[in-house]
Write a new protein. Sequence first.
Length: 549
Amino acid sequence: MLALAGAVFVLYGQVLRLWWTHDDFFHLRTLLTYRPYWYFWSAADYRTMPAGLLTPLLFFSLDLDRRWLGLEPYPFRLHQLVALSACVVAFYGVARLWLSRPWAGLAAWIFLVGPVTASLAPLLMVRHYVESLILAGLSLAAWVGALRRWPGATAWGPAGLSAALYFAASMAKEIALPLVALLPLLPSPGQPVALRVRLALALPHVVAGAVYLVLRGALVGTGFGLYGFAVRTSDLPALGLELPAKIARELGGGSLSAAVVVFAVALVAGIAALLLAPSGRRAVAVAGLALMLAMLPVLPVSTVMEPRYAVPAWVVVVIAFMLGCRTLSEAGARRRRAAAVIALVASASGLMLNREDWRVRFAAVERISAENRFVLEMREGDVLRHPLALGASLGELEWMKDAVFGRPRGGRWFQDDLFLCLHAGVPGRISGWDPDARRVVDVTARVPELRDRHCASIRSEAPLSAHFRVAGSDLFWQLGPHRSGKYRFVLDDGRVALPMPPRAGFHMAGRPVPLTLRVAYESPAGWVTYSPELSLRLVDGWTLRWARP
């Protein structure tokens, strides 16, 4: 356990030198300006948040850091690594209920080095995924304690504790909610327990799940998946078909390399070995059901996939892999050696993949951290080119710069070089990220070259189309006619650029009316084209069709 916890700091300790990134400013602002501990009880405050967002334990965890340790990011990030260490240790502890020490240790190691787990280390805004896994693991351990005490009335104590921990895990993040359907199907690590008994012991969990749903309705007044991208019921079948490939891509870090291929082959070989068990078909069926339950909560928000959405599926894959390896190792000396080879290959290739993925992942968050620090120090006349953070995050930082950090207001940024084409005489000093130096540098002298290059790449008459439609408070769009390349929405002459899928929708409740934007398309060949400014009226039933030619 100590080795696994220490490995977290060895692999991901670089995050301790990062500043605030991503949604940190949004979370800090709510904690600083809303009523104390509002996240536990205030429906009025939740209604001002993105629709459907209910993560009280995340706000509580960050609030404890803020109240006890102030507004320096280092203690927050140290807490993040400690939480991730506890998560890996809990994973090992739960695996030990079914597996021997070596197999449980290898399971925890493979879980730790997976790109999906690595994605959790640098982002404070996803700590609730880590804490939900910890609580779900403890719930599962208590559940096994209840099974071991059966028959007898003493089994109901651990069952109730398991239900309470399950409720807490769901309050951290709703990814834990489907666990109630899986518990009665899990094999007992000790003496067999009849299915009807397991169903009876799961009744407190059913009650806990129902309480969560009632509380969710009372606080946020809505169901699941209603923040961010909008999804219609008719979209769900297509999203469901796309989701396994999206999750598989995240499990491999979103890239293709020799390490990814070897790691994937080893995982598939280990999982396939489940069929060798005496109850192989049942084991595969339970693993398949667990995988479906793991994907279910993320289906409505999977229009644009994020690594954290694949966390529950990754847990299922790792457990199924190790159970398969153990099954193979129990089928004779020859197969025992095969199981050891598969496990060691997965462990080694997983580490290689982890280091490949981490270099790319950390480089991106390191850049955001440095650019955010630069924005904090900007004065009047300073301009930052192409900051990687979302415009909304930079807006929150702009507020905190004055209201919290006491720095004078000043400076601006742009995320699309269209800004240079439309504002030829940008005054002041322009800075941008230098990937070689890994810092923000002065690029004022290069601005004429950058402007000329981008303006020359614009094809003003290239084909482009956009169809917008408003349904309720949701804005839907379809962009075309190009099948390859990238689309983005450009606001405020390029100050904000938002990459977007060609066909999707977004919840616009509380957004400014009207919304004015340009549609941009970037070709794989390197040229770009823009629509004129399109004014969108966010009124139910409103539509706009624009096309060129």
